[in-house]
Design a protein around this ligand. Structure first.
Ligand SMILES: Cc1ncc(COP(=O)(O)O)c(C=O)c1O
Length: 442
């Protein structure tokens, strides 16, 4: 596969990073279920460790099945490198820690997946990383006003969980580069199929592969993807210049990440300092499951987006619904950007507000029969959740307000079922809920 860059997305999603001739002509990617590798000799080990020979030594650091997933996602994102890890949260954490060694500040928005908000508010500050947040995600001026000498990165979700707002990656990347810092984009919700952050200037892309990449709700995994363009030779990032014993060359000389890897220093650091030493490795079996899911990503997501459009249309005309947060709707703040940058859709996730407040959310979730109450998203099956108490349950009331998650928010992730069945399910659940209310009233 020497001409990978000539192939389109749908070819790469099936073939990139894998040549059957290198694996006993196995058509399916083999699961290399091994802890370590019989490298043959101490000399060969030294060569692999020093980076002068290819190979794997221990599956916490790298594994051939996992590598296919890494190379395939890098090809889909037109990136230089990808490092797969055990979950999306591990990918976010390792990326942020690699960039903020020694402490500093990170700039982000109020519109983030709830799980990471807790780390940003309560855990990272204990390690010297403090977080600044813009209230208006659409205001590049507000981002710029909050950049300080100590800001090490800008971090956004390309499409936010659960409100599906869209970030302006082109202008955010220009702003980040003007200030000598990288733009990190969590692209979990659109997946590489609907949006390529690197083409819009992002330096680092994060995935929870658990979601639309796997697409079947069967395996947890994450990836840190590196465009390989950022110049790490900067006083802001001394960690890339420090000599590191892990990169001792064959003459016994320690090297820095910059010396050993140049523009690839960031992904090398994520793998060698964080994955290897902190250990959230992706299992080869999960990599295999995620690769299987990836084979149908375009077909699944196209169907999911078509289903979303029908369900959004149903909800915007429903007497039981107060608001729908979906970027293509008239009046939505993300509309122009969504139309420009996301012509095929933003993904399967959106939120709506049900009339009757949080009690109505509970009633609806109780009465649906086809939608299942789950915290995942991007599954082929349709899911429903009370975001305020679940995925975003660690946000304070004020954070919920700023994130656009009022009490009556219902979060849905739409799958590939028959859309008429999904609409019928919501309608019967609205009616059953209304009946419960009227029965209670008297
Ligand atoms: C946008 C986003 N990023 C990251 C994650 C975390 O992923 P994981 O569950 O694979 O750790 C999630 C989980 O819901 C998410 O929605």
């Amino acid at each position: 596969m020497s001409t990978l860059e000539d192939f389109g997305f749908d070819t790469l999603k099936l073939r990139a990073g894998y040549d059957p001739a290198d694996h006993n002509f196995s058509s399916a990617v083999p699961i290399y279920e091994t802890v370590s590798y019989a490298v043959g000799s101490a000399e060969n080990y030294d060569n692999i460790a020093a980076g002068v020979a290819d190979g794997h030594v221990y599956s916490r650091c790298s594994n051939p099945t996992v590598k296919v997933l890494e190379d395939r996602i890098a090809a889909l994102d037109k990136a230089k490198n990808a490092v797969a890890v055990g979950s999306g949260v591990a990918a976010i954490t390792y990326a942020i820690l690699s960039l903020s060694e020694g402490g500093g500040r990170m700039l982000t928005t109020e519109q983030l997946y709830g799980g990471i908000v807790h780390s940003l508010d309560s855990i990272f500050p204990k390690y010297g990383l403090h977080v600044d947040k813009v209230n208006n995600y659409a205001s590049i001026d507000e981002f710029e006003a909050k950049i300080t000498e100590d800001t090490k990165l800008i971090y956004v979700e390309s499409v936010s969980n659960p409100t599906a707002i869209v970030s302006d990656i082109d202008n955010l990347s220009k702003l980040a580069h003007k200030h000598g810092i990288p733009l990190v984009v969590d692209n979990t919700i659109p997946t590489p199929y609907l949006f390529n952050p690197i083409e819009h200037g992002a330096d680092i892309v994060i995935y929870s592969a658990t979601k639309g990449i796997g697409g079947h709700g069967a395996a947890i995994g994450g990836l840190v993807v590196d465009a390989g363009r950022f110049d790490w030779d900067s006083p802001k990032f001394p960690q890339f210049k420090e000599k590191n014993i892990a990169f001792r060359d064959l003459n016994g000389r320690d090297r820095s990440y910059l010396e050993a890897f140049g523009k690839d220093a960031f992904s090398a650091k994520v793998r060698s300092d964080y994955l290897t030493n902190f250990g959230a490795a992706l299992s080869p079996f999960n990599a295999y499951i995620l690769l299987l899911g990836l084979e149908t990503i375009s077909e699944r997501i196209d169907k999911e987006v078509r289903n979303v459009e029908k369900i959004v249309d149903f909800l915007t005309h429903s007497e039981y619904v107060e608001w729908v947060s979906y970027p293509y709707l008239e009046g939505n703040k993300s509309r122009e950007l969504a139309k420009k940058n996301f012509p095929k859709g933003v993904g399967q996730l959106f939120s709506f507000g049900i009339k009757g407040g949080e009690e109505a959310v509970y009633r609806l979730c109780r009465n649906v029969k086809l939608f299942s109450y789950q915290l995942n998203l991007g599954d082929s099956k349709s899911l429903i959740a009370n975001a305020k108490r679940s995925t975003h349950g660690v946000l304070t009331d004020s954070e919920l307000g700023l994130a656009g998650i009022p009490d009556n928010t219902v979060r849905v992730s739409i799958g590939t079922e028959d859309p008429d069945d999904l609409i019928r399910d919501l309608q019967q659940a609205f009616e059953a809920s209304a009946f419960e209310v009227s029965k209670k009233a008297g």
